[in-house]
Design a protein around this ligand. Structure first.
Ligand SMILES: Nc1ncnc2c1ncn2[C@@H]1O[C@H](COP(=O)(O)OP(=O)(O)O)[C@@H](O)[C@H]1O
Ligand SMILES: [Mg+2]
Length: 368
């Protein structure tokens, strides 16, 4: 097995189809052994970026370096990069053993070594007893584990995965997330992982790049991205966010700012991870779980906390959490989320409520 993964570096990599820019010039560094995810809506360029690294897609420009060596012109099978697809892409007419052995035979590995490596890989994915079966005789989760085994059997230093759990149902997907993490610890390769599922990315990754329209919008550790989104897109794509249009702001101390919303409300805020260029629209972002909620009059604001009065328009309970929509007037709805253990009973629709949340959880960021 590989001792360690390779460092992957993209420098100004871009891809156009005619006039369509699938990927604008993009820089990206994935560190040795890192679990790195690309997330973004459909069509944002995730597969294009992955294809350029794998060698299936010829970039229009740029360099792709593996441990400092440019591989952009190298054919895929020489890159020492493994690939796992959403639809498994197993060969249906071959046994599981022959599927996993395939990349080794392609590389002219001696038969005795093939037996040993395939056995070891099947043990790693915890399916030691299915070698003689056909893929169709396995469940979806088992097929995906065989696809992992086949991608990693020749010790690639980088593993690429394009929505590998996309075809599985929710419970199996969560189980496979742990499986892939354990697999990563064992093979110790660098992983570049694509998903459109933000929860999957935050659960699994050391770092994440959020993509939109063929560009990386923001890159960072999951917590960093969640707590310090650099614009409205990043804030709403990773987690849910209350976003309010800002029409004016004035400084109120170091990092502190008073903002006026389009609906006339004034809030205490802090400047976020990036500052809007002159003329660029701004919003404030408030995460639903940073807001305290209680029956009207039961909460007070201290210091620079924000306080709004409103009326519950929607109240739902899901898995230990209360979620509320609160009408705070002037056509504005606020989403609030809190653990149900913190509230003796659920607030009711139409009930007048008070909302309180800290200025430090009110982030002034650019809209784009
Ligand atoms: N072979 C192709 N020919 C023309 N356009 C393409 C091709 N492949 C991808 N695109 C376009 O490039 C953009 C990015 O696609 P893709 O990388 O597949 O996005 P994602 O994987 O994030 O869903 C999309 O607008 C898509 O339509
Ligand atoms: Mg894709």
């Amino acid at each position: 097995m590989a001792k360690h993964g390779a460092k992957l570096e993209l420098l100004g990599v871009e891809k156009s189809y005619g006039h369509v820019a699938a990927l604008h010039p993009t820089d990206l560094v994935v560190e040795v052994g890192e679990f790195f995810s690309l997330i973004g809506p459909s069509g944002s360029g995730k597969t294009t970026l992955l294809g350029a690294v794998a060698g299936f897609t010829q970039p229009s420009a740029g360099r792709i370096e593996m441990d400092g060596r440019n591989i952009a012109m190298m054919p895929p099978y020489l890159r020492n990069i493994g690939m796992v697809f959403q639809n498994y892409a197993l060969f249906p007419h071959m046994s599981v053993f022959d599927n996993v052995a395939f990349p080794l035979r392609l590389r002219k590995v001696p038969a005795a070594d093939i037996q040993q490596k395939v056995d070891r890989m099947l043990a790693t994915v915890r399916l030691p007893d299915v070698a003689q079966r056909r893929p169709s005789q396995l469940s979806g989760g088992q097929q995906q584990r065989i696809a992992l085994a086949r991608a990693a059997v020749y010790d690639p230093r980088i593993l690429l995965m394009d929505e590998p759990l996309g075809a599985l149902d929710k419970n199996l997907r969560e189980e496979m997330q742990f499986e892939i993490k354990a697999f990563h610890r064992q093979i110790d390769a660098t992983i570049l992982y694509v998903t459109h599922d933000q929860d999957e990315a935050t659960a699994m990754s050391d770092r994440i790049a959020i993509m939109n329209g063929g560009r990386i919008v923001q890159c960072g550790a999951p917590r960093d991205l969640y707590e310090h989104p650099r614009n409205a897109f990043a804030a709403s794509f990773l987690g849910s966010a209350n976003l309010f249009d800002v029409v004016g702001n004035s400084p109120a101390g170091p990092g502190a700012v008073k903002v006026r919303l389009a609906n006339g409300t004034e809030l205490n805020a802090v400047t976020g991870a990036s500052v809007a260029a002159p003329g660029v629209a701004q919003v404030v972002c408030v995460r639903p779980e940073t807001i305290q909620i209680g029956p009207a009059g039961t909460l007070a604001s201290g210091g620079d906390a924000n306080l709004l009065q409103g009326r519950v328009t929607d109240a739902i309970y899901t898995a230990g959490t209360f979620r509320y929509q609160v009408d705070v007037g002037a056509k504005s709805l606020v989403s609030v989320k809190l653990p149900s253990i913190r509230q003796t009973s659920m607030l009711e629709c139409d009930q007048p409520v008070t909302l309180v949340w800290p200025a430090s959880a009110t982030l002034l960021i650019p809209k784009d």
